[in-house]
Design a protein around this ligand. Structure first.
Ligand code: AMP
Length: 112
């Protein structure tokens, strides 16, 4: 069965798009956890970050898109948090790799 992010990528499901190129699409999360909450999604269907071992291009394409999104939203200098959830215990609910960009508030909690 085709995953929900693949449906967004092929236009079957609409999204609130922030940035797109031939490798990546970036859109607002439907359930925001911060004033700015954008998902950065590679167009190639890979389930999670571990499927990217040995694939330098996909991570490079994602980081390129993060740079674009943070410029567009004017948070490149002020800062933002990136989150990647992996697997059930990691809180991953959509099995298509995505990076969360969260910003617009101060994140007091630190991961050490
Ligand atoms: P994760 O829990 O890390 O897998 O993140 C999946 C994210 O996708 C959640 O934050 C959801 O709110 C978000 N999400 C699910 N469906 C959509 C959709 N149709 N448009 C935008 N965001 C979505």
């Amino acid at each position: 069965m085709i995953c929900i992010f693949c449906k967004i990528i092929n236009g079957e499901i609409p999204c609130d798009k922030i940035y797109e190129d031939d490798k990546v699409i970036c859109f607002n999360d439907i359930s925001k956890k911060a004033p700015i909450h954008v998902l950065v999604v590679p167009k190639k269907h890979v389930e999670n970050i571990l499927e990217c071992v040995g694939d330098d291009d996909i991570i490079n394409d994602i980081v390129f898109a993060i740079d674009k999104v943070t410029q567009i939203l004017n948070i490149k200098e002020s800062g933002f948090r990136t989150v990647i959830n992996t697997g059930k215990d990691g809180g991953q609910s959509v099995e298509h790799l995505h990076f969360h960009i969260l910003a617009g508030k101060t994140f007091d909690e630190s991961f050490g």
